[in-house]
Design a protein around this ligand. Structure first.
Ligand code: G4P
Length: 542
């Protein structure tokens, strides 16, 4: 079937799944791929899952980087839609990568474990989606087991995440005796066959004329029916109505209950989700917003990954297309360098395979060969217009260590390695003013990133490092209202330290919020402030 460019854009749905580890993201992703015909066997995505358990597993996986990389974006067709799922690392220690990936998504599916509700990592990831004002769809998973009371779950969404919700379906039996869900829009009852509890065989649909229909009594147990009737009455009276505008503004989340492992509710979810979720949306730039239908090709780099193929020192930049159409071997202006660049060897990712892209449209992600030109946040434009897309925030690291090469003869490789890995965003690097160029302070969001840094420096650059953990927990960019203020003269406690980031901007590392307040109090004449998230112009980032 051939589509016009407008139709191609309209049929695209680009989203990420966010969740706390173990809520079922891998399982859900796999089920979506199965429905889309992109994979044929359950378990194909699972092989990646080990990555979140232990570094050794991560390394093993990394040896087969082809697999882990090709699944970082998965494109497939379903019911006439072209779906791009942006994968986000399962382990919380890689959450920075997740934050950046969310900048390339038009919507997010927030997956919760029905027995656990909103968990720590959900809150962090939700906050990023909120900042971007993207619509959030909630799938409450693992309903085949005992779960929290559904009203308590909605209450958690409201109290913990401050988002109102509108349930699309409602669970029947959450005490460990799950009978199915009531579809509020169609009055259908989807029955869960607990005996088969098997892939695909577990859902039987039965229609009813409404919650008062007597046929319901023949389908579900009397206790559950009474509870269901009370619940639906309450929801109809006191719950938020389905309001597409509020959903698209990210103020209201549609809630679906289901069980990914048994497939229960996955297909109704994806069908409704695709109807509601937005197609590619306009993106903000320094020169107004860019509509996806704008004929000029525009996009931004949100992820860089080096050495994907250990045999060829290749580096790939992942570009989110914001407008226009990508055509083979097209050249674009790389705004930061003011230079024309040919987008070479572009690749698209179809579930398990990387393919050379012939053409791609707004909403799609392409991976382009990066000879070292790109940085995270770079803007690419095919016309002569000059603007940059809104910056991608740099998240403050929470763990720090001093790093240096074990063998000072390896200084050159060490510098090259940490430079490249920091361009990838795998680590943030700081220098101490007036200290030699061999010692750096490295900052990461999660400690596992340190292990990966160490492993990659050794395997990809042949450098062993010495790593000394530091007690700091917060990095804050220092600003002063005084021009010409000398930051090295700041009064700091002995447990805080001034460092410089890659752009020589002053950053102070602190052990606690208390120490941040102390520093503000003791440097009043400089009118200091300390910013947690660095959002300078994206062209200067990373
Ligand atoms: P993640 O990517 O979010 O970390 O979660 P993942 O899909 O790996 O799922 C975590 C665990 O939860 C897995 O069990 C998985 O089988 C189970 N799970 C996922 N969805 C459901 C569901 O709907 N109901 C139930 N009851 N369990 C679910 P595991 O024991 O850790 O792994 P495995 O041995 O099953 O592979």
């Amino acid at each position: 079937m051939s589509y016009t460019t407008q139709e191609e854009i309209k049929r695209r749905k680009t989203f990420a799944i966010i969740s706390h580890p173990d809520a079922g993201k891998t399982t859900m992703t796999e089920k979506l791929l199965l429905y889309g015909g992109a994979i044929h066997m359950a378990g194909s995505v699972k092989s990646r899952k080990a990555a979140k358990h232990a570094v050794s597993d991560w390394m093993e996986i990394e040896k087969q980087r082809g697999i882990s990389v090709s699944s970082s974006v998965m494109q497939f067709n379903y019911n006439g839609y072209c779906i791009n799922i942006l994968d986000t690392p399962g382990h919380q220690d890689f959450s920075e990568d997740t934050y950046r990936t969310l900048c390339a998504a038009d919507a997010a599916v927030m997956l919760l474990d029905g027995a656990k509700g909103v968990e720590a990592q959900t809150i962090k990831l939700f906050t990023v989606c909120r900042k971007r004002k993207i619509p959030i769809f909630t799938f409450i998973n693992k309903m085949d087991r005992a779960a929290k009371n559904p009203f308590d779950l909605l209450d958690e969404l409201e109290k913990v995440l401050s988002i109102r919700s509108t349930p699309i379906n409602w669970p029947i039996g959450t005490d460990g005796d799950f009978e199915g869900v009531f579809q509020r829009e169609s009055n259908e009852v989807l029955l869960f066959d607990s005996k088969t509890k098997d892939h695909g065989a577990s859902m039987i649909s039965a229609s009813s004329t409404g919650i008062d229909d007597d046929t319901l009594a023949t389908l579900i147990s009397p206790d559950h029916l009474q509870t269901l009737r009370n619940d639906i009455e309450l929801l109809d009276m006191a719950g938020d109505e389905f309001d597409i505008d509020r959903i698209l503004r990210g103020e209201l989340t549609p809630v679906f209950f289901g069980s990914a492992i048994t497939n229960f509710g996955v297909e109704p979810f994806i069908k409704r989700f695709l109807e509601i979720a937005p197609c590619p949306q306009p993106h903000n730039t320094s020169d107004g917003s860019i509509d996806p239908t704008d004929p000029a090709f525009t996009g931004f780099v949100f992820k860089i990954q080096s050495n994907m193929d250990p045999n060829h020192r290749d580096r790939m930049a992942f570009v989110r297309i914001c407008s226009g159409k990508y055509e083979k071997n097209m050249s674009v202006n790389l705004m930061r360098l003011g230079k024309k660049i040919t987008l070479a060897q572009p690749q698209q990712f179809m579930a398990q395979d990387r393919n050379i892209v012939e053409d791609a449209y707004a909403g799609d992600i392409i991976g382009v060969f990066d000879p070292g030109h790109f940085r995270i946040g770079d803007t690419l434009i095919s016309s002569n217009r000059k603007f940059t897309f809104d910056p991608i925030p740099v998240f403050p690291p929470e763990n720090f260590a001093r790093i240096q090469p074990k063998d000072s003869m390896k200084r050159k490789q060490f510098l090259k390695g940490i430079e490249q890995l920091s361009e990838e965003g795998a680590v943030q690097l700081y220098k101490q003013p007036n200290i030699g160029t061999e010692t750096f302070v490295a900052g990461v969001v999660g400690v596992l990133q340190f292990d990966v840094l160490e492993y990659r420096l050794q395997s990809e650059y042949g450098v062993e490092i010495l790593r000394t953990p530091l007690n700091y927990r917060l990095a804050r960019w220092a600003k002063s209202e005084l021009t010409d203020y000398s930051f090295v003269d700041m009064t700091l406690t002995s447990t805080s330290m001034l460092v410089l980031d890659r752009d020589d901007e002053p950053v102070v590392l602190f052990e606690s919020e208390w120490a941040v307040d102390w520093a503000i109090d003791h440097n009043k004449s400089a009118k200091l402030s300390f910013e947690g998230i660095h959002t300078k112009d994206r062209n200067d980032l990373v």
